[in-house]
Design a protein around this ligand. Structure first.
Ligand SMILES: [Zn+2]
Length: 372
């Protein structure tokens, strides 16, 4: 028998991060790690625990006036010869290398430490706490474990603040931007290129759209003191039939990253207005993917108290993250984790050891209600 991973929640956060990394959990294969997390949380004795697929949900029910939700995914991208974890030191800095060290088993380890501290009888957190460990974050959105919990166990996600422990390098990143992908297509008329005047060139038909994009001035928006910076860009272009044919079809894929003060419909309307001229000339625009962002909600008292506990100014989250799933329920949600987002998914993925304890300490201070 291969041993199931055993998780000792009384071990320090580095040891725990290491144990999590050494239990491989590529998306779709989180089962054994989820089992270990579930067993460790049940053993604490102060938590209501529920399993949904390979998501493990746990919460205190102490009747506190406020509830804080802590969430982290258990899965990683495919391993790149970087498991088991390896501790290395360079320039006086210790780093733990391995798949998931940054994204986001160090964050999961912090969550487990907090569960071990507050999820026991007499744990006395200042807020009721909900822990959500979930599967399939690194793959298609339809498989996302947090999405499933939102659909099937919505009550478990209720709270006054959600903290997602994705890598942020120890900074609070508020909200997240939305992302829209669309295909802009032009039609023409095919002809032999020796008699090009008989055809209509669909590739040339995209020239106006490209000029529009090159001249586009993205908005910068300030929300709750955070600056969100939008972007509208071509991310792909196709067209052409053969070296002697005037092409009758061409398409441009655009990606609009938008601030959370626009909802999905407003984002689509904006993209359509940007391309109004090309569309009036006969091009068509099809939205292929549109996920709204999340307002930072940092003005909410629970979020403001967390910013104070961390003691550093928050910044805007520019990528899309699962905080948007909380924001969709009107719950303020922030990203805050010890990992380095630049290292996520790389072969050299690692986490600085000196980032781990401060993340745990800041959360302990906040969750125990001690002044910052
Ligand atoms: Zn992640």
């Amino acid at each position: 028998m291969t041993g199931l991973p055993q998780l000792d929640l009384s071990a320090d956060v580095l040891t725990l991060t290491r144990a999590l990394v050494d239990a491989p959990s590529v998306s779709g294969a989180e089962g054994p790690l989820a089992d270990a997390v579930e067993a460790a949380l049940r053993a604490l004795g102060g938590l209501e625990v529920e399993r949904v697929g390979d998501a493990v949900l746990a919460r205190t029910n102490l009747g506190r006036p406020t509830r804080v939700v802590l969430a982290g995914h258990l899965d990683t991208v495919p391993i790149a010869d970087n498991v088991p974890a390896e501790l290395r030191e360079a320039d006086g800095v210790q780093r733990l290398y391995g798949c998931g060290t940054s994204d986001m088993k160090s964050g999961d380890a912090v969550m487990l430490r907090l569960a071990g501290r507050f999820g026991v009888p007499g744990g006395e957190p200042a807020h009721d706490l909900t822990f959500v460990f979930y599967e399939n974050e690194e793959v298609e959105a339809v498989k996302n474990g947090l999405g499933r919990v939102a659909r099937e166990r919505r009550g478990w996600l209720y709270g006054d603040l959600a903290i997602l422990l994705e890598p942020t390098d120890g900074e609070i990143e508020g909200g997240c931007q939305g992302t829209l992908r669309a295909r802009l297509e032009t039609k023409g008329r095919r002809a032999h290129s020796a008699r090009s005047w008989l055809g209509v060139n669909a590739v040339h038909g995209l020239a106006g759209a490209l000029a529009t994009l090159a001249a586009y001035r993205p908005r910068e928006v300030e929300i709750d003191g955070l600056t969100f910076r939008e972007g509208l860009n071509a991310v792909g272009i196709t067209g052409g039939v053969a070296g002697n044919v005037i092409p009758d079809e061409a398409s441009l894929t655009v990606n609009f990253r938008y601030a959370p003060d626009r909802d999905e419909d407003a984002a689509e309307a904006h993209v359509r207005s940007v391309f109004a001229e090309v569309l009036a000339a006969g091009a068509t625009l099809t939205v292929t993917d549109n996920a709204g962002g999340a307002m930072p909600g940092l003005a909410e008292p629970a979020a403001a108290a967390f910013v104070a506990a961390v003691g550093r100014p928050a910044r805007a989250k520019l990528g899309w993250t699962d905080v948007a799933r909380f924001a969709a329920f009107g719950i303020p949600a922030v990203n805050y984790g010890p990992g380095d987002p630049q290292l996520a998914h790389t072969r050299e993925e690692h986490v600085r050891v000196d980032r781990l304890q401060p993340a745990e300490d800041a959360l302990i201070a906040y969750l125990s209600g001690s002044p910052a």
